[in-house]
Ligand binder design. Sequence first.
Ligand SMILES: O=C(O)CCC(=O)C(=O)O
Ligand SMILES: [Fe+2]
Length: 344
Amino acid sequence: MAKVAKIPVIDISSNNDQEKVAKELVEAAIEHGFIYIKNPGTAIIPQDAIDKAFEISKKLFNAPLSEKQSCSIQKNNRGWSGMQVETLDPSTQRVGDFKEAFNFGPFQNSQASQPLPPTISSDQPSLSTFQDFCYSLCLKITTLLGIGLSVNPPDFFAKAHLRSTGPSGTILRFLYYPPSSSIPDANPSSDVRAGAHSDYGSMTLLFRLKGQVGLEILTTDNQKWVPVPVTPPGTEDDPTPPILLNIGDLLSYWTNGLLRSTVHRVVFSGEDNQITREKTAEQEPRYSIAYFFHPVGTTPLTPVPSERVKNYVPDGQEKGNGNPHAERKVMTADEHLQMRYVIS
Ligand SMILES: O=C(O)CCC(=O)C(=O)O
Ligand SMILES: [Fe+2]
């Protein structure tokens, strides 16, 4: 039987027992770095908003090449990147990622602040609404992480992400992975759809479609790749698959490694999975949507006022050797992002 990642499914939709939910989130973020956020109805992100976002994504990637090319990705990280333009893991990849992506920056008054392909021009209000849902959900999760880590004040992280206080690296990203049959030079058994990487920001929300497998995480105990099912047990009857949340490098850095930023990748052939009954997706196009949540760029990544974080000793460091937080220079969220771009 194929092994799958044992990522907890957490229901944050009820406001009862906030402390308990917050603790569960924190433990999952420490142990796995990945968490399923159950999406049981309208309480988290409504199904029609997710369906609409995928519909727009399909329209966008099907648009004439010239429309997409005229919105090519800029230094500000907004726009379209074509097939094999990105190589997320150059150390192991023979060729670039077999994917296309489109990055959306912020919307103002339901209008994008960047060029968009005319094909999706009329969809700006829906995109803006979807981005707002993602923003609110991430803000809620940052608050819960603050509560779960007993940060004082508990809104320490949430406040750093308030978009009303300044620009950030936050990006909504549509992804399209073509079927292997349409790319003759791909070798689906050894090439990847997206190379091994960790995400840069505070956290990422990932939306996938039922049956569209391929995401894998690298386990920290035995360094093995294991699939991350779209529909884990217990969520089969929910209107949409759970939203996958993962901690990014910035929040891991900010918490001195206590919260885990887990390496992941997308392969062509998700194993036929006996547990979840999900099938190989290599011959089918795959769509996913990621929301990369970053703090406001000027946020100084000062030591987190939490005993749990302060007392955490990263592997390989000895207690009493000084507080690693106190020893390092405080950088801003923007500086952290620039540093990640340089080393990637
Ligand atoms: O498409 C996926 O399932 C994952 C994408 C991803 O990890 C990313 O864009 O950072
Ligand atoms: Fe990622």
